[in-house]
Write a protein that binds this ligand. Structure first.
Ligand SMILES: Cc1ncc(COP(=O)(O)O)c(C=O)c1O
Length: 343
């Protein structure tokens, strides 16, 4: 038995999802002919309280379309130093949008209105014009941390007062909503654009969406084509995403409970440094004190538990649709056995 906690992107489509995908009505979506993609775009934009949406092959593309559509080359964007957009998107802000990233010192990915104000500069020919503030909720490298709605409100207020736009990387916005009970659209209301992923906790095999005004999405659509993201009979994928939204969103609470149980169990083990209270959603970050993270990851892998080393002494485990609470118990036993053998 393998217990795969590397990411929530490792999920396999369920038989019911495959069935929905197989039955999907499709057409050439670049011609605007795919009824299932159209249904997904209408559904997700309505769900988030936005005018329009565009379906994309990945969260990275959705974020990068947002950057490109909100800015011009040479502009500056403000982003947390550990944000996916900056940290994990292969240098795309520089390569594709041609923007400068000004990194803010978030705590577990969450920065303050004062952090934004501290870096804003007056209009002057010496300075790159600052155009966009990006927020990631939940925050991946922050350990699945949830942005408090009040904090978003404060950041949005100072940003708007200075004429900045706001983009939400909501790859795991569903997790934030399920964890807090605050609807996705209440978070989305503070932003000009929102990206969401169907292929993380929701368990669809492929697909994300970018939402915003009709005019903004029309501009993003042109860049999607330019970036090679215009897909043809993509309704097969959109059907998986629609199925995921309908059937897998509420169950994210199970992933959160599993993550908490895992964190509580791990926090009691020797050689693991972890505060279970820091676990808000489905991501568990821990520090390893007695051996290199890579050594522990290798030993766990041999024993059937897969996790990721995210630094020399750091490990990440992510609960997901493929992992039951019994498997969390089994994973904890394996951790305990391996760590018990270290002297
Ligand atoms: C917060 C966040 N945003 C965006 C992405 C990018 O998604 P994709 O892997 O589909 O490009 C990820 C992927 O893990 C993520 O964690």
């Amino acid at each position: 038995m393998r217990i795969d906690l590397r990411s929530d992107t490792i999920t396999q489509p369920t038989p019911a999802m495959r069935e929905a995908m197989a039955r999907a009505e499709v057409g050439d979506d670049v011609f605007g002919d795919d009824p299932t993609v159209a249904r997904l775009e209408a559904h997700v934009s309505e769900f988030l309280g936005k005018e329009a949406a565009v379906f994309t092959p990945s969260g990275t593309m959705a974020n990068q379309l947002a950057l490109r559509a909100h800015t011009e080359p040479g502009d500056e964007i403000l982003v947390d130093a550990n944000a996916h957009i900056y940290y994990y998107e292969s240098g795309a802000p520089a390569a594709l949008a041609g923007v400068m990233c000004r990194c803010l010192p978030g705590v577990r990915g969450v920065f303050t209105a004062a952090d934004v104000e501290a870096v804003l500069r007056p209009a002057d020919q010496h300075f790159a014009p600052t155009k966009l503030v990006c927020i990631e909720n939940t925050h991946n490298r922050g350990g699945g941390s949830v942005w408090p709605l009040q904090r978003i409100h404060e950041v949005a207020e100072v940003s708007r007062a200075r004429g900045l736009r706001l983009h939400l990387d909501g790859a795991r916005l569903w997790n934030a909503a399920v964890a807090t009970g605050i609807p996705e659209r209440d978070y989305a209301a503070h932003f000009d654009s929102v990206s969401v992923c169907f292929s993380k906790g929701l368990g669809a095999p492929i697909g994300s969406a970018l939402c915003g005004t009709r005019e903004f999405i029309q501009r993003a659509r042109r860049f999607r084509k330019m970036y090679g993201g215009g897909m043809r009979q993509a309704g097969i994928l959109a059907a998986g995403a629609l199925h995921a939204l309908e059937h897998h969103r509420a169950r994210l609470a199970e992933d959160h409970a599993n993550a908490r149980a895992l964190a509580e169990g791990l926090s009691r083990l020797p050689g693991i440094d972890l505060d279970p209270a820091s676990v808000q959603t489905n991501i568990v970050l821990m520090h390893v004190t007695k051996l290199p993270a890579a050594t522990l990851v290798g030993a766990l892998d041999q024993a059937g538990v897969r996790v990721l080393a995210t630094g020399p002494d750091a490990i990440r485990a992510v609960t997901n649709l493929m992992v039951s609470s019994q498997q969390i118990d089994a994973a904890l036993e394996i951790f305990e056995r391996i760590l018990g053998n270290i002297r």
